[in-house]
Ligand binder design. Structure first.
Ligand code: FAD
Ligand code: SIN
Length: 530
C-alpha cells in the first residue's frame, strides 16, 4: 500500500461540526490547521440540528434562570461551575454567530426566540427549522476562505499517535498526531503539535437514532485507546419525537414544535404525557421519552403521535417549512393529521472527561463538543444547550492553545504498518457485528434497563469484541471496519458505565434501582484500570 510522507500541522482538528469549524477558524490566525471529515463537510450532527441554540438574549430572561433550568434537567449531576461558565457565554456566542453572518430568524423586537422542553423561558435562537445547517454553512464559508486551513474531506481518522504507543517513555503520555485513511485507501501520517477531537456523538450505537451515519463515537474510542478517561456514558438521551416511518428512520420532529404548542397524543387521541408529569409535553426529555416508552408498552403500540394541528398553518409553514415539506413528500400532512413518532437515541451526554476547554489527561490532546463530557449536561441535557457547548468549548480551547507556544514535533513518527494484511475475502462479519451491536444496545440498554438486560448485553459485547479483534488487523483497513471497532468500544463502555450506576437518575432508569440515591456521582472509567 502507498505511504505518503509525514505531514506536519500546528493544529490537527478531527471533525468539522460546529465545534471543529469554530476552533479551526479561531486557530488559523496562529498556525497551520488541518481539519478533516470522514465524509463531506455537511455530514455531521451539527447540520441536522433543527430547534436552535440556547442563550439569554431577552431582557425578560436571565443567566440565573438558564442555569437553574440546565441544573434541573441535569438531575443533580451537573457541574455547576462549568454550567455557569458555559451558560454565561450564551449571548456572546449567539452575537458572534450573527456577526459572522448566520441568518437567525428575527422580528421587530430582535431575535425570534423559540421554546423547548425544560426551558422556563423562550430563549432558543433559531433559523426556521434548520438552525444547524445555517450555522455549519456560515462557519464553513469562513474556514474555506482561510489560507492557513487545509480542509480534508473523506479522510477518516483511524487512531491517535501517542508517545506511549510508540514506546517513548519520556514523561507524560503525549499526543503526536494521527493516522488517517485517505479516500484511495492509503494511509497518511499527520504529525501535529496539538490534536483536537471534535468527532461528535455516538447515536449509531443504537438501531433507532436521529443521528446521521457519521455518529459512530470514533473520537471517544480513539481517546480511550490513547489513555483518556471517559465519564457518564450511561446517559444516552433519547429524543421523544423521531418520525416512525421505514423510509425516513432518522428524521427528527423538533421539540420546538411542542414548544410552540404541538401535543403528544396516543392512539385514542389522549394527551397522555400529563398522566406521567404535570408539565406534560414540555417536561425535560428524559421524562417525556420515558412516558412515551411506557405508554407504547402499556398499550402494545409501535408508536405514539405528535399533533401539530393546534399550531395552525401560518406557524407550521412559517417556522417549520422543511419538516412540513419533508413530511409531505412521505405522505403526511402536518396541517390535518397527527404524525406517528417514537423516541430514538439522540445525544450522548457522557464522553471523554475534559474541562470546559477540552483538556484531557493526555498532553496536547483536546476533545470538544459532543464527544467531550464537561459536566454541563449532568444526567440529562437541556434542549439546545449542545450547540452552545460546542461553540463555547471551541472558543475556550482555542484561547488555551493560542496562549501556549507551538512546539515543533521532535519525535520520529512511525508510518502505518500494514504488513500481515490478507487479501479481502468477504466482509460479511462487519455487517453482522454492526447489526448485532445496535440490536443488543436497543433491546438491552435502551430507555429502561435492568441488571439482567445489562448482563446479557455485556456477554454479547464480549463475544463481538473478541471476533472483531481476530479480524481487525488482518483485513485491509476501511471506513466501515474503523467505525465498527469504535462502535464496539463505545457500546462496551456504555454498558460498563450503566452497570456501575446503582440508582435511577436522569436518562438512566433501572427497574432494579428505581430510586435516585442521595449522593450524585459521576461514572468515570479509566483505561488502565479496566
Ligand atoms: P458533529 O457536528 O457531529 O461533527 C462531528 C464531525 O466529526 C462530523 O463531521 C464527522 O463526520 C466527523 N468525524 C467523526 N469521526 C471521524 C473520524 N474518525 N475521522 C474524521 N472525521 C470524523 N443541539 C442543539 O443544541 N440544538 C438543536 O436544535 C439540536 N438539534 C439536533 C437535531 C438532530 C437531528 C441531531 C442529531 C442533533 C441535534 N442537536 C442539537 C445536537 C447537536 O447537533 C450536536 O450535539 C452537535 O452539533 C455536535 O457538534 P460537534 O461539533 O460536537 O459534532
Ligand atoms: C430539537 O430540535 O428537538 C433538538 C434540540 C436538541 O437536541 O437540543
Amino acid at each position: 500500500m502507498a505511504h505518503h510522507p509525514i505531514q506536519h500541522y500546528d493544529y490537527l482538528i478531527i471533525g468539522s461540526g460546529a465545534a471543529g469549524l469554530l476552533a479551526a477558524k479561531r486557530l488559523a490566525d496562529h498556525g497551520k490547521v488541518a481539519i478533516i471529515n470522514k465524509g463531506d463537510f455537511s455530514e455531521s450532527n451539527t447540520y441536522q440540528a433543527q430547534g436552535g441554540i440556547a442563550g439569554v438574549s431577552d431582557d425578560a430572561d436571565s443567566i440565573e434562570s438558564h442555569i437553574a433550568d440546565t441544573v434541573a434537567a441535569g438531575a443533580g449531576l451537573c457541574h455547576e461551575d462549568v454550567v455557569r461558565e458555559i451558560i454565561s457565554s450564551g449571548s456572546r456566542m449567539i452575537k458572534e454567530l450573527l456577526e459572522l453572518g448566520t441568518p437567525f430568524d428575527s422580528n421587530e423586537k430582535g431575535l425570534h426566540l423559540t421554546r423547548e422542553g425544560g426551558h422556563s423561558q423562550r430563549r432558543v435562537a433559531h433559523a426556521k427549522d434548520e438552525t444547524g445547517k445555517v450555522i455549519g454553512e456560515t462557519l464553513l464559508s469562513h474556514v474555506q476562505q482561510h489560507k492557513n486551513i487545509t480542509c480534508l474531506k473523506r479522510h477518516t481518522a483511524i487512531d491517535l499517535i501517542t508517545s506511549r504507543r510508540l514506546g517513548r517513555h519520556d514523561g507524560n503520555n503525549r499526543c503526536l498526531g494521527a493516522y488517517l485513511l485517505n479516500p484511495d485507501g492509503s494511509i497518511i501520517t499527520i504529525s501535529a503539535s496539538h490534536t483536537i477531537l471534535a468527532t461528535g456523538g455516538s447515536g449509531k450505537v443504537y438501531m433507532y437514532t436521529s443521528n446521521p451515519h457519521a455518529a459512530t463515537g470514533d473520537g471517544i474510542a480513539m481517546a480511550w485507546r490513547a489513555g483518556c478517561a471517559v465519564m457518564n456514558l450511561e446517559f444516552m438521551q433519547f429524543h421523544p419525537t423521531c418520525l416512525y416511518h421505514a423510509s425516513a428512520p432518522t428524521m427528527l420532529l423538533t421539540e420546538a414544535l411542542r414548544g410552540e404548542g404541538a401535543h403528544l397524543i396516543d392512539h385514542q387521541g389522549h394527551r397522555f404525557v400529563f398522566d406521567y408529569d404535570s408539565r406534560g409535553e414540555l417536561a425535560p426529555r428524559d421524562v417525556v421519552a420515558r412516558a412515551i416508552d411506557h405508554h407504547m408498552k402499556k398499550y402494545g403500540r409501535d408508536c405514539m403521535f405528535l399533533d401539530a394541528r393546534p399550531l395552525g398553518e401560518e406557524i407550521i409553514t412559517g417556522h417549520f417549512p422543511n419538516i412540513h415539506k419533508r413530511l409531505s413528500k412521505l405522505g403526511f400532512d402536518m396541517l390535518s393529521q397527527p404524525i406517528p413518532i417514537v423516541p430514538a437515541a439522540h445525544y450522548i451526554c457522557g464522553g471523554v472527561q475534559t474541562d470546559s476547554s477540552g483538556k484531557t489527561s493526555v498532553d496536547n490532546l483536546y476533545v470538544i463538543g459532543e464527544s467531550a463530557c464537561t459536566g454541563l449536561h449532568g444526567a440529562n441535557r437541556l434542549a439546545s444547550n449542545s450547540l452552545l457547548e460546542c461553540l463555547v468549548m471551541a472558543e475556550f480551547c482555542s484561547n488555551a492553545l493560542i496562549r501556549q507556544e507551538n512546539q515543533t514535533q521532535s519525535m520520529n513518527l512511525q508510518t502505518w504498518d500494514d504488513s500481515g494484511i490478507v487479501p479481502e475475502s468477504e466482509r460479511i462479519q462487519i455487517k453482522q457485528n454492526w447489526d448485532e451491536i445496535r440490536a443488543t444496545m436497543s433491546n438491552y440498554v435502551g430507555i429502561v434497563r435492568s441488571n439482567e438486560r445489562l448482563r446479557r448485553a455485556r456477554r454479547r459485547l464480549d463475544v463481538i469484541r473478541e471476533e472483531i479483534a481476530t479480524y481487525y488487523w488482518k483485513y485491509p483497513i476501511s471506513r466501515d471496519l474503523i467505525e465498527l471497532r469504535n462502535l464496539s468500544v463505545v457500546a462496551d463502555l456504555t454498558i460498563r458505565s450503566a452497570q456501575l450506576r446503582r440508582e435511577s437518575r436522569g436518562l438512566h432508569y433501572s427497574t432494579d434501582y428505581p430510586e435516585k440515591s442521595d449522593t450524585a456521582q459521576d461514572t468515570i472509567l479509566i483505561p488502565d484500570q479496566l
